[in-house]
Design a protein around this ligand. Sequence first.
Ligand code: TXA
Ligand code: MG
Length: 331
Amino acid sequence: MPKSKALARIYRGTKRNLTFLAGRLRAGELVAVPTETVYGLGANALDAEACAAIFHAKQRPTTDPLIVHLHALDQLEAVCVPNASAWRLAKAFWPGALTLVLPKRPAIPDIVTAGRSSVAVRMPRHPLLRRLLELADVPIAAPSANPFGYVSPTTAAHVRASLGTRIRYILDGGAAEIGLESTILDLREERRPRVLRPGAITRQAIERVLRRKVVVLRSTTKVIASTPQIAPGLLDRHYSPRTPVILHRAIKHFPQADEAYVCLRRPAGLRAPDNVFWLDPSGDLRGVARRLFSTLREVDAAGYRAIHVELAPGAGLAEAINDRLRRAAAR
Ligand code: TXA
Ligand code: MG
């Protein structure tokens, strides 16, 4: 029998704990951290060995690069080569849920970028993480804190449930405010900004700041794990529950007792049976985004034969929600 490993400890964000966890990060250890989007699995981005441990813990292929998190704008030029568009967007949206892909500086080890000449950077908004980044005083590389391919975590308990035996430290920052991963924008060619992954910061909002058209790469683009990808890590099948997911424009009937139905809003006049779920009482998309991953996890664990989910109507945040739903449903 392999020696059973202790379960990760969840730390509240006291001053003492933050100082301790910052020290762990500086010493090259992994710390799961809250962000306003989803929880991340953090390591010192300047320490190749520490970053290699992220891939090991997540069982993530080393072809899938990490996002580097900063707490101050004056760190930006140490990790990448920002252009004028990057400065404009950083001033408009940071701290916040926007990740920029830019040419990297040599200080960032190859393992972080999967050998690419570009690096993904963002400045998160969560106050506890900002404090931790400041105390650690190094850029922190962090992908979402889930085993590769599974639904991203939006609470400390989610992180412990899936990575608890592989890591030691989790900082609890409450339930993630946004609930979907950041928007990733490829800014390497200033004239051709491209959204690699839609998120809460919408294409329309980015276009208003840049005053130019922004292309959104389709999540339905077929990508094969072994071929070089434009958007590495954005495999069709991602964010996936183990239970098959079936998407619908609208769900009006709940015919199968052994299948789950996940609606955007509370179904009207229904004395809802146990297998009917809703993401937000009134279908507000911010509430839908916030509850999406935790609901998928909960329903996945309940042992239904299938999960039926309603797609979100409209543009903006709906595009990010539907992107994750399409990936969850891809086989
Ligand atoms: O909201 C978020 O972005 C969260 C929190 C923790 O910050 N992070 C996150 O990381 O969702 P994750 O697991 O999605 O991994 C980062 C993704 C990669 O899969 C890849 O698609 C993209 O970021 N990425 C990273 N570096 C890149 C690069 N140099 N070029 C293109 N895409 C890159
Ligand atoms: Mg991820």
